[in-house]
Write a protein that binds this ligand. Sequence first.
Ligand SMILES: Cc1ncc(COP(=O)(O)O)c(C=O)c1O
Length: 402
Amino acid sequence: MTEGVVPTPEEAKSLWGLEPGARHLNHGAFGGCPTELLAHQATIRARMERQPARFFLNDLPSLLREAAAALAAFVGTAPEWLGFVDNASTAVNAVVASAPLVPGDEIVTTDHVYNAVRQTLRHHAARAGASVIEAPIGMPVTTSEGAAAAVTGALGPRTKLVVIDHVGSPSAVILPIAPIIAAARGRGIPVLVDGAHAPGLLPLSIDALGATWYAGNCHKWLCSPKGAGFLAVAQDAPWEVHPTVISHAYGQGFTAEFDKTGTRDPSAWLTVAEAIRFHQRIGGAALRMRNDTLAQASATALAADIATPLGAPADMFAAMATIRLSGSALPGIDRLAPDWPTAGLLRNALWECARIEAPVMALGGALWLRLSVQAYVAPADLDGLAAPLAEAVAIVAGRAAA
Ligand SMILES: Cc1ncc(COP(=O)(O)O)c(C=O)c1O
């Protein structure tokens, strides 16, 4: 392997500890951490346990800020406005729990929202007597202008906050966040971007996007160890955001508060700089382009094979794409309910019959297959998916009928 050059899928496979003999097409769900990054994390843990008090009291504050500086440079913001959290869920919770919601306020999100985030919004809105509005983007998405208009059309005088995905989880669609941010902020409405998928998947320049807050994960497409998320805040944010755990540094400013949230293992955060180096070493932007091209072409070919639409025009996807299963030419597919329990059964049946790990989503009254392409996915892994899909449908339909 050559530094900075995209490895072959076979070379890449040797860098991950993935189960052999399977097709791993679900990187978007929980990422996948290369073995060398896990080894790096292990050295940090060993250092932590050699002298715990010195590590936490003397070393950790500057190590955390060094890690924040590396991540901030990669995602296009300033380290003094970036705090680490366990995951995107925690970042979203911190922003929404800190919102000064009052009865009658509205939080605008979309029908593509990640379900865990939907529950966070529901919880905090209900406590305050506020409500959540899901702007209807629908599926398939036909144009980015239409998706942006659906969100801006839902803004009103009571809108207190907009929460928009950068890349949808069930849809895989890259949403047009720039015009949405411009429209909302032009009306004085703050915007939280849920960028759980974006770091390592899209080129990212958070400050240029102009969102009020940006939540991201490093443990998906940047391949860091699990438990490395972040929250970036703009300097003109209309309210202070506190971490979900208040600790010693309360009142001492954003990064001070996020750097101290009780004793926890910080080794995933301290591996992020190494994960960025790994990402660049296996090609960086060239890797992203290779993955995008393969995902879009394979999804388009599969959609043609089973006579069905994609979840959006191919150029609205990066290295993840969705293909509609409901209404397709797969025999028996329309005997399956387009709901989440059935989606889970289909995912399990794909593994059972063909050792394919790929999620099925329920969105907009239909079932969708989501394909993710990371460096270790070969074109052959994406070939001929119609046959195992048909087999999985037959398994689920047969069990439902039994
Ligand atoms: C769009 C989106 N938001 C938030 C999350 C939550 O991420 P985490 O489970 O790491 O908190 C996910 C996870 O898949 C996601 O896809």
